[in-house]
Design a protein around this ligand. Sequence first.
Ligand code: DQA
Length: 145
Amino acid sequence: MTSLLVLNGPNLNLLGQRQPEVYGRTSLADIDEMCHAHGEKIGVKIECLQSNHEGALIDAIHAAKGKHAGILLNAGAYTHTSIALMDAIASVEIPTIELHLSNVHAREEFRHTSYIAKYALGVICGFGSHGYILGIDALKKHVEG
Ligand code: DQA
């Protein structure tokens, strides 16, 4: 069975309480549950991880090699700053979708830059928590055809 990693970066543990007008009222635990339920429905194994630490996210990407067929990555603010995360994605060669709950292109200029996008299969943004479902479906289609 195809296995996918849903990886969330800094401050996403605060979803639901953090700027709900921007990120919505759904908690990360609810999103994880939604991803697991959707995975079960479509026959995909889902592992969800979150870290506020850049190195831990890099370790998780390295550990995905040979274990997960795709990564759905909301790297939070590290998207806009982290060459190290970009290098990790480029190194493991696992199809990765960059995801954001908000439409980063309609926000501050600094959020328009992404180091992840260069090596991403595609980018999903602006659909709130539903973006995770879109990302899982897109990865399944990409991996299984
Ligand atoms: C985010 C967008 C980023 O710019 C921001 O730093 C986040 C969340 C999103 O999901 O919309 O932490 O990745």
